[in-house]
Design a protein around this ligand. Structure first.
Ligand SMILES: *[C@@H]1O[C@H](CO)[C@@H](O)[C@H](O)[C@H]1NC(C)=O
Ligand SMILES: *[C@@H]1O[C@H](CO)[C@@H](O)[C@H](O)[C@H]1NC(C)=O
Ligand SMILES: *[C@@H]1O[C@H](CO)[C@@H](O)[C@H](O)[C@H]1NC(C)=O
Ligand SMILES: *[C@@H]1O[C@H](CO)[C@@H](O)[C@H](O)[C@H]1NC(C)=O
Length: 436
């Protein structure tokens, strides 16, 4: 905490140039004419776009894979890797209709084998923690089909490592003298992309850009966008958003030279006060912003967030093979099941929600149980009762312990727009102008 405060206090002019890991590759031709998504039956998709949309809650199902963060255990400018990986993770989940498993692609492998920012070929000697251009990752994923493993092959270290077999997929075994022997795993489930595209360009009009991003998110999943993360966004996101119905707004003037970050947009909405916003995913930990996510004003290219967005289509044939029993694995990696061996699909069988959970919100059930520890009536078969009660009591204990500890820290970001006022906006604007 003290170190953190000292760090904040020490922020100076150089601070404005902090780079979270975006380094533009000038060799990419600027995207010019970009075909809009159209569906033959519905015409322009923009006409059918809902008022609000969020991949974290589509009819109760969350398609956003878990959050991670880029800056620990050491500072690493890997936003470009994080944004691409988050976009692909979620698109995999969407394409697979949230079926098991959630896939988290290996960020560290992209850092180790960072595509060189001069010609898109795989590294050697380029350091992924120094930042890069997300388009180089797409090019590299297309060049070498299906080579990216998931996180279980290579945990995130936030360090530049070499690009070799050991630093692509590793396993370790204990040695007799209590040490650890690590070795490369030669075969593992791999992922790739089949295509990528630019969605917006800085030259497009504001309305056209906004619609193009919405259509892409709606039709295909989250997108990666370049972003000028000013210090106020980093350090005071929540305070500023609270003045605007839970949406970050700024009048800061930024140029393309200020672009220092890549983020993911995964939805949009509008507050009751009428502020249109994007739903964005950051890679700075769940302790930052809205559980690691953020809402930012939509349609005004705030901090250039709408100016250069891209996306890619993930491929997962190897996962299908594995789930269908073509391959099996051990500590030395995956192996083809011998032709004589019988295959066993290990896709999970479909099952139903336990009836008591399907009927009530789990929290309602816990509240009932919390008062005197009485089980709610009609829990189904009597033989099931003892274990259900034990489970529910354990959950209730955990919830009350959490509530006691966390109540004081809860934030109440109002989304009804009532906090929005000309006065608040004026003071925000003068603050932003003062800072820049
Ligand atoms: C890319 O650049 C690296 C380093 O300059 C070079 O070794 C490599 O051959 C280049 N690759 C292509 C495809 O031009
Ligand atoms: C990565 O390598 C660059 C260049 O050598 C260096 O400046 C940077 O500190 C390294 N970062 C990490 C986290 O290893
Ligand atoms: C964040 O807010 C605090 C309190 O209003 C202010 O002192 C500080 O300058 C702000 N920092 C930035 C980077 O905007
Ligand atoms: C942003 O730049 C424009 C054009 O240079 C200028 O008119 C405007 O006052 C600037 N706004 C702020 C908040 O600095």
């Amino acid at each position: 905490m003290l170190v953190g405060l000292a760090w904040l206090a020490g922020l100076g002019a150089a601070e404005a140039r902090r780079n979270y890991g975006f380094a533009r590759n000038p060799n990419f031709e600027p995207a010019t004419s970009i075909p809009r998504l159209r569906t033959s039956s519905r015409g322009n998709a923009a006409k059918t776009l809902p008022r609000s949309f969020d991949w974290r809650n589509i009819d109760g199902v969350n398609y956003a894979v878990a959050d991670v963060q880029q800056h620990a255990p050491v500072y690493c400018g890997s936003c470009w890797v994080h944004a691409v990986v988050a976009m692909l993770n979620d698109r995999l989940k969407i394409a697979r209709r949230a079926a098991f498993p959630d896939v988290m692609l290996a960020r560290q492998v992209l850092i180790n084998c960072a595509p060189k920012s001069t010609n898109g070929s795989l590294n050697v000697g380029f350091n992924g923690c120094d930042g890069g251009d997300e388009r180089d990752i797409y090019v590299a994923l297309l060049q070498r089909e299906n080579w990216l493993p998931d996180e279980t092959c290579q945990p995130y270290e936030a360090r530049n490592r070499s690009c070799d077999a050991l630093h692509t997929c590793t396993n370790c075994m204990p040695t007799d003298d209590g040490g650890s022997n690590c070795f490369e795993v030669p075969a593992f489930t791999t992922y790739g992309i089949s295509s990528w595209r630019a969605i917006t360009t800085p030259q497009m009009g504001a309305a056209e850009r906004e619609a193009a991003i919405q259509e892409e998110i709606f039709a295909a999943g989250p997108v990666v966008c370049n972003f000028a993360a000013i210090p106020e966004f980093d350090e005071n996101y929540t305070a500023v958003a609270q003045q605007h119905g839970g949406v970050y707004r700024t009048a800061a003037n930024v140029t393309s030279d200020d672009i220092n970050h890549d983020i993911v947009l995964a939805g949009w909405g509008i507050t009751q006060g009428g502020v249109k916003f994007w739903v964005g995913r950051n890679s700075w930990g769940t302790f930052w912003g809205d559980n690691g996510w953020f809402r930012i004003e939509r349609g005004v290219n705030a901090l250039l967030i709408e100016g250069a967005c891209t996306s890619a289509v993930p491929t997962f044939d190897a996962l299908d093979d594995e789930l269908d029993g073509a391959q099996g694995g051990g500590p030395l990696g995956l192996a083809q099941i011998s032709p004589k061996g019988e295959r066993w699909s290990h896709r999970p069988g479909r099952s139903s929600m336990p009836p008591f959970l399907a009927k009530a919100h789990a929290t309602d059930l816990l509240l009932q149980l919390g008062e005197g520890g009485q089980a709610p009536p009609k829990l189904g078969s009597a033989s099931l009762m003892p274990s259900l009660v034990a489970l529910a009591l354990a959950l209730a204990l955990a919830v009350s312990a959490y509530a006691a500890g966390a109540a004081a820290a809860r934030r109440h970001v109002r989304l009804d727009g009532r906090a929005e006022s000309d006065g608040a906006r004026a003071s925000l604007l003068s603050g932003a102008m003062g800072a820049h």
